[in-house]
Design a binder for this molecule. Structure first.
Ligand code: PA5
Length: 368
């Protein structure tokens, strides 16, 4: 649907100098470099020495928050049809009661200073769980070094959400090294090539008339995006799209998954047509979506006629890794273009920092 603003907005997205001016933190370059980051992450994945007692455990927990925490969702979905042990993502202060000496816990914090993850690290140690840390530094690195816990040290200096490749790749490789999954390096190699190719058609130099990420940002602009994935890899992609739009574009975004949303959210499309008109639905699709889910998606579209629009984004590639990362890469670029349309600098995340500082102050004052 063409709005009267669209030609002007489209011009902005084709003005590479202006976009760079609106991006003083250089996030465009970081997102452009995703394929190279994956490549480097693969290289550093073997650097960590692993004690033999980390193999053969009964369950796996991946703990972290935000940009680090999505690692747990990624690993859970990437390994779900391969590993016979349950993989659980933990995004909070506490570990589930099942965690004990038969659990392998990955404590993931890019900064190494996230209090929830530091708490989980201590609990995992107290329960005698197998532990591996993934971090660029901070208190987590210090603790791991002093406790002799294996640690993957990833390059510093990125906003955590831009360090995604460095955070999940080593875990995937380590799970292969420890025998929980097949070796995934070839799949990651496919993702490296695919995201590199994809970059050339969605990066700032590619004109808005043919650039899928720019077109998506234009479609979402001024609306609230609902990002719908399905159980499996597109659910994680939907979460990433939502959080990248929140953090980079500084805008509202919500997500849900098929088939679950057909059992509740779909009913909500009835009573408030005015609000429905302020929504834009983005359907993330994958060739391995369950056949029934594919049918459900088609029927669901009939319920969303009031929406400002419905966009569909299909994954690319053969392996789960490539397919998931292709969707994530398109979403990352879309969130940056949307940030520029809203005249927002994508890098700062003052609200997240405010919470961290305020809670740290309260800790220091002994309120906790
Ligand atoms: O994107 C972000 O900066 C946040 O979501 C962080 O990832 C989150 O606050 C946790 O911090 P860290 O990744 O350093 O553990």
């Amino acid at each position: 649907m063409m709005t009267h603003l669209e030609p002007e907005l489209e011009l902005l997205l084709d003005d590479v100098d202006e976009m760079r001016r609106r991006d003083p933190g250089g996030m465009l370059n970081l997102v452009r470099g995703f394929s190279g980051q994956l490549q480097e992450a693969l290289r550093i994945s073997d650097n960590t020495e692993l004690p033999p007692n980390l193999g053969g455990l009964r369950n796996i927990v991946i703990a972290g928050l935000g940009g680090s925490g999505i690692t747990g969702d990624i690993i859970r979905e990437q390994t779900s049809d391969e590993t016979s042990v349950p993989v659980v993502a933990v995004k909070g202060y506490d570990l589930p009661a099942f965690v004990n000496s038969k659990t392998l816990v990955f404590a993931v914090s890019y900064s190494g200073n996230t209090e929830e993850t530091l708490g989980v690290y201590e609990t995992a140690r107290a329960r005698g769980a197998g532990l591996v840390c993934v971090t660029s530094g901070g208190q987590l690195l210090e603790a791991a070094r002093s406790d002799d816990v294996p640690v993957v040290v990833v390059p510093g200096g990125f906003p955590p959400r831009c360090a995604l490749a460095y955070l999940f790749t080593p875990i995937l490789v380590i799970l292969g090294r420890l025998g929980y999954t097949e070796d995934r390096r070839e799949a990651i190699a496919e993702a490296i090539q695919l995201t590199e190719d994809l970059t050339t058609v969605i990066d700032p130099e590619a004109p808005a008339s043919v650039n899928q990420a720019k077109r998506l940002a234009l479609a979402i602009y001024g609306k609230v995006p609902l990002i719908y994935g399905s159980t499996g890899i597109t659910s994680v992609a939907a979460l990433r799209w939502k959080t990248q739009i929140n953090e980079n574009s500084k805008a509202h975004a919500f997500w849900n998954v098929f088939p679950e949303l057909n059992h509740n959210e779909i009913v909500g499309w009835s009573a408030q047509p005015d609000i429905s008109r302020a929504l834009h639905v983005v359907l993330l699709r994958d060739k391995e979506d369950h056949l029934k889910v594919q049918r459900r998606i088609e029927i669901t579209k009939e319920f969303m006629t009031e929406a400002s629009g419905v966009s569909e984004v299909f994954s690319h590639g053969k392996t789960k890794e490539a397919r998931l990362l292709s969707l994530i890469h398109i979403g990352d670029f879309t969130s940056l273009y949307l940030a520029f349309l809203y005249d927002q600098d994508p890098t700062p995340i003052w609200a997240i920092e405010y919470f961290k500082e305020r809670l740290a102050d309260e800790n220091e004052r002994g309120s906790w």
